[in-house]
Write a protein that binds this ligand. Structure first.
Ligand SMILES: [Zn+2]
Length: 275
């Protein structure tokens, strides 16, 4: 239970990153004396001294500070290491919004870019020779203390969790759709994800017919609160951004030039983006 509360605090901090960045900015401005110079020792009043001390202690930080450790936007992809499994649950629509899908191109060494083609038309991006693939991204809860080789969680063990997103190919998506029993649905089970026994891609399985996070009312409330901040308050923008960057036509021209130049070095790295 305690572990779960701590995770929730971290989630809150993720959501507050922008605020913290603003604070950091203000601190820097204070340091430079631009907006509010720190009172000097020449000012002998006790209030001024206390303010000066507080201004200094505001700058304290430890190694591993969660605010400085967060990379990107705080929403990470679930992606198992080779030989390991990840246990997770899809968060229901009312808790975290809908899945999102789009076609995108994986450009070697550049990243994932949304395809510009609509309907039957072939936009410039599709002349790269790199096929646009359909991705489906969805909001999930990852059980971070599940057994890394089996995904099992002891019945009496409190869960430790984090919010994340999953990026599925159409193949993955179809496999996931087939996991629940007929009378159930994808949101009502816990899943495991591992590397497939082929060159690339992932395998999915069902590990529980009830999502573990919904069993404890306090945990459930914490998850729903955190999910609202992460997935709902921005109208799904953060999740949608995981479908790829949006490039303009001139940007695509530059990308295509880089593809043409780098065509000879297509390698296993490309596989990562094709999953
Ligand atoms: Zn395209």
């Amino acid at each position: 239970m305690k572990q779960s509360s701590e995770t929730s605090v971290m989630q809150t901090e993720v959501a507050n990153t922008t605020t913290n960045q603003t604070r950091l900015q203000q601190t820097i401005e204070h340091e430079n004396g631009i907006t509010a110079p720190i009172p000097t020792t020449n000012d002998k009043s006790p209030t001024a001294k206390a303010a000066a001390d507080a201004a200094i202690s505001d700058l304290d930080v430890c190694f591993g500070d969660p605010k400085l450790m967060i990379k990107g936007d705080g929403l990470n992809r679930v992606r198992p290491q080779k030989g390991n499994v990840i246990r997770f649950a899809f968060l229901p629509i009312e808790v975290a919004g809908r899945l999102k899908t789009a076609k995108s191109h994986f450009i070697h060494k550049k990243g994932v870019y949304r395809c510009l083609s609509k309907g039957g038309s072939n936009a410039l991006c599709c002349s790269t020779g790199i096929e646009a693939r359909i991705h489906v991204v969805g909001p999930v809860l990852r059980y971070t203390n599940a057994d890394p080789t089996t995904g099992s969680l002891d019945r009496n063990q409190p869960i430790v969790w984090e919010l994340a997103y999953i990026d599925m190919s159409v193949f993955n998506y179809r496999q996931v759709c087939g996991l629940p029993d007929e009378e159930s649905d994808v949101y009502s089970i816990d899943l495991i994800m591992s590397h497939a026994n082929r060159a690339f891609g992932y395998e999915f399985g069902r590990i529980s017919s009830i999502p573990r996070w919904t069993l404890d009312t306090q945990v459930k409330a914490e998850v729903e609160r955190a999910a609202k901040k992460m997935f709902l308050l921005d109208g799904g923008k953060r999740l949608a951004s995981k479908l790829g960057k949006t490039a303009t036509l001139p940007e695509w021209k530059a990308l295509i030039a880089s593809v043409t130049n780098g065509a000879a070095e297509a390698s296993l790295e490309d596989v990562e983006g094709l999953e």
